[in-house]
Design a protein around this ligand. Structure first.
Ligand SMILES: [Zn+2]
Length: 117
């Protein structure tokens, strides 16, 4: 999933949310993205602004929270969180730990402009 696919996916979801809430405009979109997904935040913002043009989400601000990735050490069994992919176990120092999840893409909150009736 690249930036354009993420942006399109987000747009579909927020468009439905706006419809359900009878909102005519979206001001902000709060996203949580797993730290294992590799994408360029600036590029995502650009692409989102591009695909949102002419929709209820035109001009909406995209706020992205990157979630830490959980790791599991096969050597000592410890679970821990880390911000990057390849990282040694803090408990036993084993260099190879297994990543768990980290590919989430969750919509946390959508801010609507409901001032105009
Ligand atoms: Zn370990």
């Amino acid at each position: 999933m690249d930036e354009r696919e993420i942006a399109n996916h987000v747009l579909v979801v927020v468009d439905q949310a706006a419809y359900r809430n009878a909102a005519r405009r979206i001001l902000g979109v709060h996203l949580a993205v797993g730290g294992r997904r590799v994408f360029d935040l600036e590029r995502l913002r650009e692409v989102f602004a591009d695909v949102a043009r002419g929709t209820v989400a035109e001009g909406a601000q995209l706020l992205v929270k990157v979630l830490p990735v959980r790791h599991h050490c096969q050597n000592c069994g410890r679970d821990f969180e880390a911000s990057r992919a390849d990282c040694p176990c803090p408990e036993c120092g084993h260099p190879h730990t297994e990543m768990m999840g980290g590919e989430e893409l969750r919509l946390l909150k959508v801010e609507f402009d409901d001032s105009a009736a």
